[in-house]
Design a protein around this ligand. Structure first.
Ligand code: F6R
Length: 616
């Protein structure tokens, strides 16, 4: 994880680095720091905590006009090796303080390299794997004819995934950078150049970017960008126009990005429908999908690989895919698939879902699946991500816009819709579902923006109903069939936002063990939508009620049975069970949000988390 920014040009360096770091804060916020040239010195200023903390530290440090050199690098950290602390914060110096490094990723053989360096007399100050990089570069400088040589030699000695940016005291106008299996993009300006962990950040500063590939080394200066391969041969790459993402840090009047993003969900769905399902009579229009209908007709199985919230979207998709296409579909945590021996053939389709497109577990899992002969289809929110690159011929862009809050909300909604559309697309391509069923489903999807809007308008009433439960130490969420993944998603959201322990269960499983945890301090939240599963969910809810648990339901307007059974009913508009996840999730997102807010939690940046999880 972690975010990297680098700048060289005429602008005052500190504000540029700080603005970049704010855009990258979603990647981690355990500590932050910058390295800049000042006079003849290379200085590092860093601090445990968020970027606002670093800003405070920097306010106390005035730079002399004569010292100004506007070349520097910055970093925001999610701790992997070594606890969050001032000392472990990046950038890191070599022993002589002539080289400063920031790093995103992990160095797998760091212990080995560290021992070798210690045997040469080098003393380490931090517990990070990053310090190994800077000390190794320093060591390699001793017998290398150039800085470039020292960096390429260092790279060949490191095993891991990383994006690295390096400043050298003796080269005050240059930034060196390299990447392997971690994102790093160059921003091309006029009389200034940048590097950053993502192009969205760069779009705040420049119009053009160059994406680095694995093991490509760049040297950026004010007026130029040079690129080399590991053999130190110059290489050429064309720049690309970067999609402008304006005002990503604007909360648009909401108190938190999370509230803004929950409230954008009707718009997200409406935009996706405009592109992919402009009317319910025509087939789905996926521009980036070139799946051969004969391949789809002969599919032996579909395997969905994802993590966290994206995994929950995958569980909903399994239900829809099997209902519409009858193709056996399995969903696995990407991290678990890496340890499994799941059978895949060249007749299998693997769907990798990742909003960031950079999740290390998901990337490793889809690569493993492809190596077994399966075809990869990617669903991501980031067109410039690694998963988009891996799945370029079979890609669905979920187009939810930038999601700043660490907890996924609107991107979950966009994943859901993308996957429903994919299921219809496969059913249409293979003629597997009844035409009327498909038209009715498409019609139901087209009605969603209005229904989502009506649900969002109930936020205040949800808040009034929910905060009374904020002191409960444990929550249980239950659902059946298509409601079960939403119970899992609700439990995840409550845990990450409020730090209250919560579990999601298939409602029928309660009696097989979990029911033992129930007492008046453990609210049970049931998802009970009229349809195939309704009676059984009600039955399981009554069993919970008999154990004195406070009972909350998500139920449709006019559901008198729910009103009579539950202590609190979070009403949603009437909706067909098959599309109900689009609505049932909304009051549950609000439940987590309002409880977290009531408890004074850091809603947009919950402790210990980062949005882009680039370590396995
Ligand atoms: C939860 C959340 C995470 C992500 C997970 C996968 O709110 O955001 O569980 O869903 O880390 O991330 P992506 O979708 O970027 O692969």
């Amino acid at each position: 994880m972690c975010g990297i920014i680098g700048y060289v040009g005429d602008k005052e360096i500190v504000p540029v680095l700080l603005k970049g770091l704010h855009c990258l804060e979603y990647r981690g916020y355990d500590s932050a720091g910058i390295a800049i040239h000042e006079g003849y010195n290379l200085n590092i200023i860093k601090s445990i905590g968020k970027i606002s903390k670093l800003e405070e530290v920097l306010k106390g440090k005035k730079r002399k006009e004569s010292d100004r050199n506007n070349c520097g690098i910055g970093h925001t950290r999610w701790a992997t090796h070594g606890e969050p602390s001032d000392i472990n914060a990046h950038p890191h110096f070599d022993t002589d303080e002539k080289i400063a490094v920031v790093h995103n990723g992990i160095i797998r053989n760091y212990q080995e390299v560290k021992e070798k360096l210690i045997s040469l007399g080098i003393k380490f100050k931090t517990q990070t794997d990053t310090e190994v990089i800077v000390q190794l570069i320093s060591q390699n400088m001793k017998d290398s004819r150039s800085v470039l040589k020292a960096i390429s030699k260092t790279i060949t000695e490191l095993d891991g995934s990383y994006a690295i940016a390096v400043l050298f005291k003796n080269e005050p106008d240059k930034i060196y950078a390299v990447r392997k299996e971690a994102p790093l993009v160059i921003g091309i300006g006029i009389g200034e150049n940048y590097i950053a962990s993502d192009s969205t950040t760069l779009s705040q500063f420049v119009d053009k970017v160059i994406r680095l590939k694995d093991n490509e080394i760049t040297i950026i200066s004010k007026n130029g960008v040079e690129l080399y391969n590991l053999q130190e041969e110059k290489i050429k790459k064309e720049s690309q126009i970067v999609a402008k993402t304006k005002d990503i840090l604007d909360k648009k009047g909401f108190k938190h990005y999370l509230a803004k993003e929950i409230n954008e969900q009707a718009e997200v769905v409406s935009n996706l429908l405009k592109d992919f399902l402009p009317n319910s009579k025509d087939p789905i229009q996926f521009n980036y999908l070139k799946l051969d209908p004969s391949f789809l007709k002969n599919l032996d199985r579909i395997l969905i690989l994802a993590c966290g919230t994206a995994y929950h979207a995958g569980l909903v998709a399994k239900h829809v895919l099997e209902t519409l296409t009858s193709i056996p579909t399995e969903v696995q945590f990407a991290s678990e698939y890496l340890s499994s021996n799941a059978v895949l053939t060249n007749k299998s389709l693997v769907i990798g879902i990742s909003q960031s497109g950079e999740t290390a577990d998901t990337l490793a899992a889809v690569k493993k699946a492809v190596s077994k002969g399966a075809k990869l289809l990617g669903v991501t929110n980031r067109a410039d991500s690694e998963i988009a690159n891996l799945a370029k011929d079979h890609l669905i862009l979920s187009k939810a816009g930038v999601e700043v809050s660490v907890a996924a909300t609107k991107t979950f909604m966009a994943q859901l819709l993308s996957l429903y559309l994919l299921a219809i697309y496969i059913a249409e391509s293979t003629n597997q579902a009844n035409k009327t069923t498909l038209t009715n489903l498409k019609q139901a999807l087209r009605e969603l923006p209005q229904l989502i809007d009506q649900t969002l308008l109930r936020a205040e009433s949800y808040q009034e109903q929910i905060v009374q439960y904020a002191d409960k130490p444990d929550f249980v969420f239950i659902g059946r069939g298509i409601g079960y993944p939403i119970a899992l998603e609700a439990a995840l959201k409550l845990k990450e936002l409020s730090y209250i322990h919560a579990s999601g269960y298939a409602s029928g499983e309660m009696k097989h063990g979990p029911i033992a945890v129930l007492d008046p301090n453990v609210p049970v939240v049931s998802i009970c939508i009229p349809g195939e599963n309704y009676d059984r969910v009600i039955q399981n809810s009554l069993e919970a009620k008999s154990r004195s648990a406070p009972m909350i339901a998500v139920a449709v307007d006019g559901d008198k049975k729910a009103d009579s059974i539950f202590n609190t009913v979070l009403h949603i508009p009437q909706i067909a069970e098959i599309v109900s996840p689009f609505l049932t999730v909304i009051p549950l997102q609000f439940l987590s949000y309002y409880i977290a807010e009531h408890l004074g939690r850091d809603v947009d940046q919950p402790r210990n988390l980062a949005k882009s999880v680039t370590v396995e």
